[in-house]
Design a protein around this ligand. Structure first.
Ligand SMILES: Cc1cc2nc3c(=O)[nH]c(=O)nc-3n(C[C@H](O)[C@H](O)[C@H](O)COP(=O)(O)OP(=O)(O)OC[C@H]3O[C@@H](n4cnc5c(N)ncnc54)[C@H](O)[C@@H]3O)c2cc1C
Length: 405
């Protein structure tokens, strides 16, 4: 039971979520001399990378696209950062910009008080159960796209005798050698987990129902490099040409490509291309079996699929995505956040709502998008708070050096 709350603590800006988006927003504000407080449910910053990502994860984009504002990765950092390095980078980033963070604070409600012209935020200290009240003129929602695990309901699953987990709980193939494992979902996580399992000696199957664009890291980095210079339709054609050379016809192995090109798809839909980490070679070699139909039911250890196939498994990993929980606590209907808990408007109109409400990292543009949002939000807040300062320069204050250390 939550205890009684004290008077609200006044802040200039409250940021909800201490992932890369929240940290970047706090740093950009601090560089403009604006004080903010970050409320984070977990007990660390960057918890996605520490607690909800598998061991072999490396960032899919080269490091130059994965640096937060004002802190490039050093020259000797690996091109594709391992998960733990990126988590360490976020720790160092928070320390370097003196980000004020309250950990283990779950925001349960945030509403705008028009009389007081401020946001009133209620958070629970998960360590003590105490309710805390905060008030601020500005509120930044930075709770990410990967909050609550989504697992589809499958009749009979509750009696499945083996291991069932979400991708967020999967760490490695340890203990799975020789076991028949089903991965459900052909996104980036599902495909990489399938690779990891097969490499670790599991008899691996993966359910890939929809269409997907398989690309390689190298091809995608070429596409990213061309983006400022070429129209998107040309980038799509070049990417597909390179993919045809590298992969051949992926549909022959159960991976059908959408009609819309990969770069257009990334910019205009919630779907990301899948960056191949070696899974495709394993599919071609028969070490990963692609199953095309949804799970229909489970009887004992046998899974029945919608196309009538039946196969026994020892374990099932659901790489079926996440849901945002923002709509549960944000009491606002200004159209900034949609019914799915993500930005309602598309890029680049997505980041600013009414009455000092903003969102960062909620429009499926990855780390790169978090950075852009942070700069825009900090610039806007600073302009509203201190117009004279913003006119002179948009980054006053302690400028960090350029090597990220
Ligand atoms: C396995 C995996 C690999 C990925 N790899 C890449 C990649 O290589 N490149 C890339 O660009 N993107 C990648 N992504 C996409 C990735 O989600 C985003 O880039 C990034 O993590 C989003 O950062 P964020 O700060 O917006 O959200 P998050 O990192 O999810 O941070 C949000 C924070 O908000 C907190 N929170 C949520 N609700 C509340 C609440 N009510 N009160 C208080 N705190 C709350 C959460 O605890 C969390 O710490 C990957 C995603 C996954 C799942």
């Amino acid at each position: 039971m939550a205890a009684e709350a004290a008077l609200p603590a006044e802040e200039e800006v409250i940021i909800v979520g201490a992932g890369q988006s929240g940290l970047a927003a706090a740093a950009c504000l601090s560089l403009r001399g604006v004080r903010s407080l970050v409320l984070e449910r977990d007990d660390c910053v960057g918890s996605l990378w520490r607690k909800r990502a598998y061991d072999r994860l490396h960032l899919h984009l080269a490091k130059k696209y994965c640096a937060l504002p004002h802190a490039p990765h050093p020259d000797d950092a690996p091109t594709y950062l391992p998960r733990d390095d990126f988590a360490g980078y976020l720790d160092a980033y928070a320390a370097r910009f003196a980000v004020r963070t309250r950990l283990r604070r779950e925001v349960r409600s945030a509403r705008y008080d028009p009389a007081a012209t401020r946001w009133e935020v209620e958070a629970v200290d998960l360590a003590t159960g105490k309710v805390e009240l905060y008030a601020a003129r500005f509120l930044v929602v930075a709770t990410g796209e990967n909050d609550e695990r989504f697992v589809p309901e499958v009749p009979g699953m509750e009696a499945f005798p083996g291991t069932v987990m979400h991708a967020a709980e999967y760490r490695s193939a340890e203990g799975m050698k020789g076991k028949a494992v089903l991965v459900v979902g052909g996104g980036n996580s599902g495909m990489e987990i399938a690779y990891d399992l097969a490499a670790g000696g599991s008899l691996t199957s993966i359910v890939v129902r929809g269409e997907l664009h398989l690309v390689s890291k190298e091809i995608w980095n070429v596409a990213m490099a061309l983006y400022p210079y070429l129209p998107v339709w040309i980038i799509d054609k070049l990417v597909l040409l390179m993919c045809a050379v590298v992969f051949g016809d992926t549909a022959r192995h159960g991976l059908r490509r959408p009609a819309v090109g990969p770069f257009t798809m990334k910019l205009t839909t919630p779907a990301y291309p899948v960056v191949d980490v070696g899974t495709y070679a394993k599919i071609r070699a028969g070490e990963v079996r692609v199953l095309p139909a949804a799970l229909k039911s489970v009887r004992g250890n046998v899974v029945e699929f919608a196309d009538g196939q039946r196969h026994p498994f020892d374990a099932i990993v659901f790489a079926t995505g996440y849901r945002s929980t923002v709509r549960r606590w944000l009491k606002s209907d200004d159209g900034l956040i949609g019914d799915d808990g993500l930005a309602a408007r598309s890029y680049p109109e997505h980041w600013k709502g009414d009455n000092g409400l903003y969102c960062a990292g909620m429009v499926r543009r990855g780390i790169y998008g978090s950075c852009e949002d942070a700069e825009l939000i900090a610039g806007d807040i600073s302009k509203l708070l201190r117009p004279e300062q913003e006119q002179g320069s948009n980054t006053a204050g302690n400028k960090p050096d350029s090597n990220g250390s």
